[in-house]
Design a binder for this molecule. Structure first.
Ligand code: NAD
Length: 454
């Protein structure tokens, strides 16, 4: 399988893809080794992950450069991702022992009762390319700490990163019989669905997530899905610093070249501040530095996948054909690589794909709204339910809106962020189940109820 640098369109590496046979061999290896891993104490497993945490810091230069070369993520953002991943690992290092400890519920009387948390067994971690460290760490770290074996299938657009992760886990003391990378495309993922695994943890598109959920339904094992979004941001007319709000929204749109599951994908602005917001947003978008992601000054690099260029240009054409106006950008950049100019569109509405279909790129439509009721209706008019942001001076007014939104996460005066301490979950077509927080530790174990009569 060829690994292509999206900034240069050059082949930077060739890797050997797994076959159905080698995937099965990896499964058998992990099936044989998992029990010994589960028999170790949590402290022993924590010690291995502690070494992995340190290794990510020690090797951050090569890891960040590899990530940028295969995904097009601006180099500084690759460093940020590694730092963010370490922050999440630290959360798991600090909290796992507490949440996996056995719990005594009844300690007196004729029948004593306790809960013991046992690993699920062997899980598949089928992952996305946009934040391979962050979305990977959400799954394989708590899975390993919980005593599970993991078959980790990195996206075909983040394979080199997946192989680094495997190398560093082995170096940190995680046995080869416990963690294995499956190299390949969608077909390799499908082979995992055919194996008798004990859990499926998927991060990716709704389309693939639904396919996986349907395929594994009959196995009666946990199936968690972290899927896409069409996340709205609403600016109320009482905000005091419109430039700062526009800057935050712009970052939410273009960070990671617009390829974040919780990226700001549509903006609603109340009438009173609409013109000022659009002016400031567009001026700031014009100043973005688009270029070689290896350069420290670059703010927006290429899209990761070539096909995404046509997809975004199609969304823009569809919007323009239905009456939208492009205020800035939206063309392919005249250079090698999958570059698109960040785009700002106005006069948009929900007949347009740009406002309803996940874009996954640095493009956005800004729509004028009359009041909170109209904003709530438009924000909720989506098949997705990942995050939603509200900017306002008043928490009470913002909360009134946030309460009415059917999303796993809501933000007041911030956007496009994830906290290790809070559950990360999507509603509707944005997913099923959750990672992070204590709930994301417990997601990788199953309770056993003990009834004890001494
Ligand atoms: P994708 O669905 O194309 O691929 C995800 C993974 O599934 C890859 O490893 C791929 O090889 C594998 N796969 C593809 N077809 C398969 C099949 N038939 N059977 C089994 N596995 C298969 O998604 P992507 O392009 O890698 O990721 C982008 C999507 O992920 C976006 O929609 C984004 O919003 C979403 N995402 C969500 C979160 C979240 O936390 N909610 C985080 C990151 C990305």
């Amino acid at each position: 399988m060829q690994i292509i640098n999206p900034a240069s369109e050059e082949v930077i590496a060739e890797v050997t893809e797994d076959t159905q046979e080698t995937v099965k061999e990896k499964y058998e290896l992990v099936r044989a080794g998992q029990a010994a891993w589960a028999a170790r104490t949590v402290e022993e497993r924590l010690a291995c992950i502690g070494k992995f945490y340190a290794a990510l810091e020690e090797e951050k230069k090569v890891l960040a450069e590899t990530l940028t070369s295969e995904s097009g993520k601006p180099l500084q953002q690759s460093y940020n991702e590694l730092n963010g991943a370490r922050g999440r690992i630290k959360f798991f290092l600090d909290n796992t022992a507490r949440w996996l400890a056995e719990e005594w519920i009844v300690t007196e009387g004729a029948t004593r009762e306790k809960i013991v948390y046992e690993p699920l067994g062997i899980i598949a971690n089928i992952s996305a390319w946009n934040y391979p460290y962050l979305v990977g760490v959400n799954v394989f770290i708590p899975a390993l700490l919980g005593g599970n074996g993991v078959l980790y299938k990195p996206s075909e657009y983040a394979t080199l990163t997946g192989l680094h992760i495997q190398r560093l886990l082995y170096k940190s003391g995680v046995p080869e019989e416990v963690f294995a990378v499956v190299v390949g495309k969608g077909t390799a993922g499908e082979w995992l669905l055919q194996l008798p695994l004990d859990g499926y943890f998927f991060t990716g598109s709704y389309r693939t997530g639904r396919f996986i959920a349907e395929r594994v339904a009959g196995k009666m094992v946990p199936c968690q899905l972290e899927l896409g979004g069409k996340d709205p941001l609403y600016v109320m007319d009482d905000v005091s610093n419109i430039e700062a709000v526009a800057a935050a929204a712009l970052e939410g749109v273009v960070y990671n070249n617009g390829q974040s599951c919780c990226a700001v994908e549509r903006i609603y602005v109340q009438e009173g501040v609409y013109d000022a917001f659009v002016l400031s947003y567009t001026e700031q978008a014009r100043r973005l530095v688009v270029g070689d992601p290896m350069e420290g000054t670059t703010e927006v690099g290429p899209l990761t996948r070539s096909g995404q260029l046509e997809f975004l240009l199609g969304q823009i054409d569809d919007a323009v054909a239905k009456g939208a106006k492009v205020l800035f950008g939206g063309h392919r950049v005249d250079r090698r690589g999958y570059f698109i100019e960040p785009a700002v569109l106005v006069d948009v509405d929900h007949r347009m794909k740009l406002m309803t279909e996940e874009s996954f790129g640095p493009v956005v439509g800004i729509q004028r709204v009359k009041d909170d009721a109209e904003a709530v209706a438009l924000m909720g008019d989506t098949e997705y339910g990942l995050t939603a942001a509200v900017y306002s001076k008043s928490f009470e007014r913002a909360e009134q809106v946030m309460r009415q939104l059917n999303t796993g996460t809501v933000y007041w005066n911030c956007c496009d962020r994830v906290s290790a301490a809070l559950p990360w979950s999507g509603r509707k077509h944005s997913g099923l189940g959750m990672t992070l927080s204590y709930q994301g530790i417990r997601a990788f174990v199953q309770p056993k109820a003990y009834h004890i009569r001494p």
